[in-house]
Design a protein around this ligand. Structure first.
Ligand code: PLZ
Length: 458
């Protein structure tokens, strides 16, 4: 049974630091203190880094981020789908403190420790599929994807990797090659890794015809291209995000993912689900491939795994994980003991507080409000997503032409009113909503009202 999180239940759930769960705007955004520090940022930090909201954080928890000017901002981004359990969640903090006092690093490849093994056990248990699974821990989503490719190539002894339009897999050299969007991720950073082949994505909103036709025809095109242009027997892995994140929360129509997985299986190709953004309850299932009962051979995870600590993993078929030669995988920090302690706290929070169900509660509230907005505002082309991962694609009214100006205006309006929302999309025209799964319902509703107001003032 799901327990809806209100401001009262939030405190009784022992989740997060005791911060008033309210939206409070005391200054312009950014306020004077934040402005001072942001000046220092410009002097000290590479100008190449983005900044979604120009504030300086003092504390965060539940559904809010509090800045050094005292503004309390509703967090509809969760640090890009990372703090699913909220900031400084109690179990995460307790575990981390204990671990930090015991030891901070030995390197798992030098002298192993229990936390790493327990995180792997949890991942092997929580990921879908009854087959025997094993895991390896890394530091970031990109590193997890890189390792999934290493495993798939070692296992199949094949070179080619299939990825998709609008896909995002990271910023390292191999994952840049796998990522679709040039600006800002790839521009000027080549040459890129070879043997990466990009296929059309089933993107119903930008397909002429219904969703089923989109699934069937796109699948046909993809399998035809793989057979004719690469040769299925040369393909080590097909890598796909079950719902594309950075690409604009593109939900493939029913049948597309199972069809791809079947094609992979029939051709001895490793099917990799990149669940870095969709994992750990975000979409209303522990992992997004569960929506269509797809068994992935390998699953990459990061972001939501450890309540904000840098940790990532590849989990999958034991025979694949074990096909790599001894010492073939690893890294100095991968599966750091503090990050593992945090992960065990985050996973316990998700399970014990039933946050997977809460993602559905959040999703229903968002979809109801967003559907209402879609009726009122002609710049809204589509509302889509799953669970607590919902997006609004903005268009020029009467067309499907992307409207990135409207997106920027809505985001800016919300910021000034104390609501943090994030952008996405190949065409930079998608607003994505990814609140912490512990956001109190009254704050969620308030954020949606502000978003509605933002559209009204366009
Ligand atoms: N795979 C599906 O969403 C990270 C990127 C933010 P890292 N997405 C947020 C930015 O602009 O850098 C992501 C993802 C999927 C892989 C990654 C990469 O994860 O932990 O950022 O390396």
């Amino acid at each position: 049974m799901s327990k809806t999180i209100t401001s009262d239940t939030l405190s009784s759930m022992n989740i997060g630091p005791n911060i008033p769960q309210e939206r409070r705007i005391l200054t312009a955004i950014p306020g004077p203190k934040s402005q001072e520090i942001i000046k220092r940022r410009s002097e000290a930090v590479s100008a190449s880094l983005g900044m979604a909201i120009p504030i300086v954080v003092e504390k965060a928890g539940g559904g809010v981020i509090v800045d050094i000017d005292g503004n309390s901002i509703i967090d509809m981004g969760a640090g890009i789908a990372v703090v699913n359990v909220g900031n400084s969640a109690d179990r995460v903090v307790e575990n981390v403190i204990k671990q930090v006092q015991a030891f901070t690093h030995t390197c798992f490849m030098v002298a192993p420790y229990l936390g790493y093994i327990e995180v792997c056990e949890a991942l092997n248990r929580l990921t879908p599929g009854t087959h025997k699974k094993k895991s390896v821990l890394l530091n970031s989503g990109a590193e997890a994807v890189e390792n999934a490719i290493k495993i798939a190539r070692a296992y199949t002894k094949r070179p080619a990797v299939v990825v998709f339009e609008h896909g995002y897999h990271g910023r390292t050299n191999l994952t840049m090659a796998m990522t679709a969007k040039n600006m800002p991720y790839k521009e000027g950073f080549g040459p890129f890794a070879s043997e990466i082949y990009r296929m059309p994505m089933a993107y119903p909103f930008r397909f002429t015809g219904d969703a089923q036709k989109c699934a069937v025809e796109t699948l046909e095109t993809v399998t035809h291209k793989i057979e004719k242009e690469i040769g299925a027997r040369n393909v080590a892995a097909i890598v796909i995000e079950p719902i594309q994140g950075e690409g604009g929360f593109i939900v493939p129509p029913k049948g597309f993912l199972p069809g791809l997985a079947k094609f992979a299986k029939d051709n001895g190709i490793v099917f990799v689900a990149d669940e870095v953004q969709t994992g750990f309850g975000r979409t209303g299932k522990m992992f997004a491939i569960e929506h269509e009962n797809v068994d992935a051979d390998l699953i990459t995870t990061a972001k939501g795994i450890a309540g904000g600590f840098p940790l990532a993993a590849v989990t999958g078929r034991a025979e694949m994980l074990d096909s790599v030669h001894a010492s073939g995988l690893g890294g100095t920090f991968g599966g750091n003991p503090v990050a593992c302690a945090a992960a065990l706290g985050a996973i316990a929070t998700i399970e014990e507080e039933d946050l997977v169900n809460q993602a559905n509660v959040i999703g229903e509230i968002m979809v109801t409000a967003l559907a209402d907005m879609a009726k009122k505002y002609s710049v809204i082309g589509e509302i889509r997503g799953a669970g607590a991962m919902q997006a609004i694609e903005l268009i020029k009214p009467g067309t499907i032409e992307p409207n990135s100006e409207a997106m920027s205006e809505v985001i800016k309006y919300c910021q000034q009113k104390g609501v943090l929302i994030l952008s996405a999309g190949t065409y930079s025209n998608v607003i994505r909503l990814l609140p912490p799964l512990v956001i109190p319902v009254h704050l969620l509703k308030e954020a949606l009202e502000i978003i509605d107001e933002a559209f009204a003032t366009l």
